[in-house]
Design a protein around this ligand. Structure first.
Ligand SMILES: C[S@@+](CC[C@H](N)C(=O)[O-])C[C@H]1O[C@@H](n2cnc3c(N)ncnc32)[C@H](O)[C@@H]1O
Length: 240
């Protein structure tokens, strides 16, 4: 069952919202009014990066997505206590949110730090970055927008790099150095203190990427969609 989406936003005063209080795609300008650009963090955990950035950059609007209620509550409570007018916090399953609820092409940056790698084969469909789902993540980015990614699970990080390299019009680089300001998130601080290697990526739509290419559809993902669509069409025909 899909968990109900819960929303804490400055535009809703102190009331927590449910998805059925709002229109879809989510009216972000109502949730955090203002002219500032948007940045999104998916799977913010304890919220260290999101809360710091929202406090440091009041002219930018931030949207955080986290599936675990306890983390969501903790960050929502801190956002309220700190009177952050530029932070919207959602408790939601990211792939559902990306595919059905959020608008597309609105974010100047998308941050994904230490996403669950789901190493077991039978769980891999839950990964955020798969050929079939990468367009959902990249589709959040506005033209010229940037994706930031980090993982200590190097095998998964390499796979994400190769998936992103396969997206037409998307330019991605593996960073040799840590972020200039130091560790961004709770997990990054912990793993750096333990001396674990970390793979960091930065990606951006190439300036020449046309709108069609910038949909972010991965050729393998596209092939999968076509196969699924043809199978459905054949089933429908057989049922006639
Ligand atoms: C390993 S933790 C990393 C937390 C944080 N980004 C950090 O670096 O400290 C992964 C986080 O992603 C969240 N998460 C995993 N799958 C998710 C999903 N499908 N939708 C939203 N959040 C998800 C988990 O609940 C967890 O908080």
């Amino acid at each position: 069952m899909i968990q109900p989406v819960v929303i804490t936003a400055p535009g809703a005063a102190s009331r927590e919202l449910r998805l059925n209080d709002l229109a879809v795609p989510l009216p972000l300008d109502f949730l955090a009014p203002g002219p500032g650009p948007w940045e999104v963090e998916i799977g913010f955990g304890k919220g260290k990066y999101l809360l710091r950035r929202a406090a440091e950059s009041p002219g930018t609007r931030f949207l955080g997505v986290e599936v675990v209620s306890e983390y969501y509550r903790r960050v929502a409570q801190r956002a309220r206590r700190r009177a952050l007018r530029n932070l919207v916090v959602l408790r939601a399953e990211a792939l559902f949110l990306l595919s059905a609820v959020l608008p597309r092409g609105f974010a100047q940056a998308v941050h994904v730090y230490f996403p669950d790698p789901w190493p077991k084969l039978r769980h891999q469909k839950r990964r955020l970055f798969e050929p079939e789902t990468v367009d959902l993540v990249l589709g959040l980015l506005a033209p010229g927008g940037t994706l930031y990614f980090a993982s200590d699970f190097l095998e998964y990080g390499e796979l994400v790099l190769s998936i992103l390299r396969g997206v037409p019009g998307f330019a991605v680089e593996r960073l040799d150095e840590p972020w200039p300001e130091g560790p961004r998130t709770h997990y990054e601080s912990k793993y750096m203190a333990e001396g674990r290697p970390i793979l960091r990526l930065r990606g951006r739509w190439a300036p020449e990427a046309s709108e069609r290419l910038a949909s972010g559809v991965h050729p393998e993902g596209f092939a999968g969609l076509v196969v699924a669509a043809s199978a459905r069409a054949a089933e429908a025909e057989a049922a006639l």
